[in-house]
Design a protein around this ligand. Structure first.
Ligand code: FAD
Length: 444
């Protein structure tokens, strides 16, 4: 029995490792287009500043390490055709350029996502980059070493753009961040976005919102950008203008594509093709709050889906189920943490839910205990029932608050449940009543 996995990062390698564990008799082959498998892409921004030292640290397992557990990982191999009727693949060896055929009994698609291209004149210039793969980071680092740029332009104010802006600033560069919408971090409500923006400015990042990059200019290498008609010096450009699911292979093979543009699967991660499962950033899932299809490309979700696909494909049975997502996430800019789970107030209203919200600001430790900072927690609940719909946290301890709220959301708790939660308290860790309880009290 031969299991082939296409794509070898978070979802693909998790699926392969899981399949090996539940079925020791399988022959497992992973085809991975990039030169390394099992890359921690979430660490890429920190590689740029040297906060994480050495690219090898972001490679969780090498092909040799996979081989020791009986998983054959072929890097720089791209699967170009998939014929589900004949269970046949065409693979291009990118070392030699030659193609060859392979066959499978069961297959897992874990082709991930790719960066959206910047459709701007001059994007081809040296010094203009995306940041998606380790090879992108290699190219940026090489540019930094060779040209020692002092002015950087970051395009996009989502979490990748914000993390990149921080890490380039840590290198001592002048950083301008350009964002087309009127605020950064648009998944959050406007009052949270504004604070993130203020924090960026306090740390010397020039933030330009409602602004458009129109052109990059330079003789071979980027020197400046035209931003809403104004010239901005830029010797390095990193674009984080979004990603899209990599579905080329799936589409060509005739797999059903979901309404979000990602590969459709059932709850067992089975695609519409026989004996083909899929997991990770290439896959559509379900939002647990709205029940609607959702595409939430995140590393932890990719791992969890990979586990489900790996088990089910290895056994050929619908044993495990992926239950959908809340869209929980967190990021840091300088010393500000921003976490979110479920829906923002704006998202809840857009989803047609009658929502009420309460934002409270609290100390992050007991008032008398040294080193307290300010933390903001905003809860969103359904009007009437008080059912929790989402939470956003900003400041010290945002990680804990986000996870408490994510757990509450998962369990379907209402604000009157939250008011009575028995949470941990000691002066160094928070105020006597957690911000979760304080905000729920306002809403119950
Ligand atoms: P991918 O990581 O996209 O990997 C898919 C692989 O498949 C690619 O290497 C690709 O080359 C290969 N492939 C595609 N097609 C083929 C083919 N036909 N043949 C062979 N190989 C193919 N998530 C978080 O949860 N928290 C974070 O803090 C966070 N930070 C991030 C920061 C950055 C800068 C980036 C880029 C991502 C971050 N993410 C974060 C997202 C996270 O990295 C992704 O969700 C995760 O890597 C998805 O894993 P995946 O295996 O589904 O897809």
């Amino acid at each position: 029995m031969r299991l082939v996995v296409v794509g070898g990062v978070a979802a693909g390698t998790k699926a392969a490792a899981r399949a090996r564990r539940v079925n020791p008799h399988l022959k497992i082959v992973v085809y991975q287009e990039e030169p390394e498998p099992s890359i921690s892409e979430c660490g890429l921004p920190y590689l740029l500043s040297g906060t994480v030292e050495g690219r090898r640290r972001l490679v969780a397992r090498t092909p040799q390490e996979f081989a020791r557990s009986g998983i054959r990982v072929l890097v720089r191999h791209r699967v170009e055709e998939l014929e589900p009727d004949r269970k046949r693949l065409v693979v291009r060896d990118l070392f030699t350029g030659a193609t060859f055929e392979d066959r499978y009994d069961r297959l897992i698609l874990a082709t991930g996502a790719r960066a959206k291209p910047l459709a701007v004149e001059g994007s081809h210039l040296e010094g203009v980059f995306n940041l998606r793969f380790l090879t992108d980071a290699d190219r940026i680092l090489d540019h930094l070493r060779r040209h020692r740029p002092s002015r950087a332009l970051v395009v996009g104010g989502g979490y990748v753009g914000l993390e990149v802006a921080e890490n380039l600033r840590l290198l001592g560069m002048e950083v301008t961040l350009v964002q087309r919408p009127e605020r950064v971090a648009t998944a959050y409500d406007p009052e949270i976005s504004r604070r993130i923006e203020d924090h960026l400015r306090e740390h010397g990042v020039e933030v330009r919102t409602s602004a458009e990059v129109e052109e990059f200019r330079g003789a071979g290498r980027v020197r400046e950008a035209l931003v809403s008609g104004e010239r901005v010096r830029a010797e390095l450009v990193v674009a984080g203008v979004g990603i899209e699911p990599e579905t080329t292979l799936a589409r060509r093979a005739g797999a059903r594509i979901g309404t979000t543009g990602a590969v459709w699967t059932d709850r067992h991660q089975r695609t519409s093709l026989p004996e083909v499962w899929a997991a990770g950033d290439c896959v559509q899932t379900r939002n647990r709050i709205t029940g609607e299809p959702a595409w939430v490309p995140l590393g932890d979700t990719a791992n969890q889906m990979g586990r489900v696909a790996g088990t089910n494909a290895a056994l050929g049975e619908d044993v495990e189920e992926f239950p959908g997502v809340l869209g929980t996430g967190i990021f840091k800019v300088f010393d500000l943490a921003a976490g979110k789970t479920g829906l923002s107030e704006q998202e809840a209203k857009r989803a047609g839910l009658e929502a009420v919200a309460a934002g409270i600001e609290s100390r992050s430790r007991a008032g008398y205990y040294p080193g307290a900072g300010r933390v903001l927690l905003k809860l969103v609940a359904e009007k009437g029932s008080g059912r929790l719909l989402g939470a956003q946290a900003l400041g010290p301890g945002a990680d804990k608050l986000t996870d408490v709220c994510a757990t509450a959301l998962w369990g379907g708790l209402s604000c009157s449940d939250l008011v009575n939660l028995d949470l941990a308290y000691a002066p160094p860790y928070g105020p006597v009543l957690s911000p979760v309880i304080q905000a729920a009290t306002v809403l119950q």
